[in-house]
Design a protein around this ligand. Sequence first.
Ligand code: SF4
Length: 65
Amino acid sequence: MRVEVDSSKCQGHNRCMIFAPDVFEVDDYGFATVRADGEIPPEQIEAVKHAVVNCPELAIIVRED
Ligand code: SF4
């Protein structure tokens, strides 16, 4: 599974990093990007799912590869 942030939707709420700090990082304004290459480690899948449902902008995209 892979995850990415749609930068055109992200509004910098910083909520994704609260739920999955090992997967997301944010800049000084709270706008998120995905750490590393976007591959979700198995132990982070639940955290990413929490981030997805808590992103108010629906900016987090998870793809099954
Ligand atoms: S919660 Fe969503 S909108 Fe907010 S910073 Fe994270 S990806 Fe962006």
